[in-house]
Design a binder for this molecule. Structure first.
Ligand code: UDP
Length: 238
């Protein structure tokens, strides 16, 4: 089953919550391993892979600030949470033989490489999965924006946004049986109809650079690889 994948360099964005399995919090290593195998199946095709993982399974700045924490401090804690998730994913990927680099927007040399664009590009050329951690390094942003920023910097052809559902719907398909999935949707429709694909700054950044966003289900085994083979259901935002 060999085929020419539709993309040669992609960004995979997953939320921190995708790593917590059925738990309400934190990391569930078997779930991390399952996602790592999905990544490997695409890496095996020769596709160059960037990843950004959120931190919401551990800490969100907005939640902290709602409970009285200073917002920027809370956001830095959220960024640190993404580093833990990145390390967990690195461990799982290397456990199945995929070389990876964790590249942090906040320098912590003992734990991760600092972000140097040209060096990261070189890693991709050498087929190392690059996991970009600590978001953009700035408070008041999200990891969706970080994924869009790095995808642009790395010249990715698309962002793959792995979610719990197989695309963008007009209403929550887990609550409404008649929810309709879009095959394609424009950036402007996502913004004007508040479709909740990614936050507005991420959508705007993608639109400005004509970077398509492929929204697909991470729960569908083989789904990520299938899309690269031209199969499966998803929504393309472009
Ligand atoms: N964060 C930030 N700047 C960034 C990226 C993330 O301040 O560039 C903080 C922010 O507090 C956010 C938290 O890190 O709530 C975790 O990221 P996010 O909420 O995007 O994670 P996800 O929802 O994807 O799990």
């Amino acid at each position: 089953t060999s085929f020419a994948p539709l993309y040669t360099r992609v960004m995979l964005k997953i939320s921190g919550e995708a790593l917590m399995g059925d738990q309400g919090y934190g990391l569930h290593p078997p779930t991390v391993e399952r996602i790592a195998r999905e990544v490997k199946s695409v890496h095996d095709l020769g596709v160059e892979i960037c990843m950004v993982i959120g931190g919401g399974n551990i800490f969100r700045g907005l939640q902290g600030s709602a409970q009285g924490m200073e917002r920027t401090t809370a956001d830095y804690m959220g960024m640190l949470a993404t580093v833990m998730n990145a390390l967990a994913m690195q461990s799982a990927l290397e456990g199945i033989g995929v070389f990876t680099r964790v590249i942090s927007a906040i320098t912590m040399n003992e734990v991760a490489e600092p972000y140097i664009r040209r060096r990261a590009v070189r890693h991709l050329e050498k087929k190392r999965v690059c996991i970009f951690a600590a978001g953009t390094g700035n408070p008041f942003f999200t990891t969706d924006t970080a994924a869009t920023l790095r995808a642009n910097e790395m010249n990715c052809e698309a962002i793959f946004k792995g979610t719990k559902v197989d695309g963008v719907y007009d209403k929550d398909p887990k609550k409404h049986a008649d929810a309709k999935r879009y095959e394609t949707v424009t950036y402007d429709e996502v913004l004007s109809q508040h479709l909740g694909v990614m936050d507005a700054s991420a959508i705007a950044l993608a639109r400005e650079n004509d970077l398509p966003i492929i929204v697909f289900s991470l729960d569908e085994p083989g789904g990520f690889r299938g899309i690269l083979a031209g199969r499966g259901t998803y929504t393309r935002v472009s």
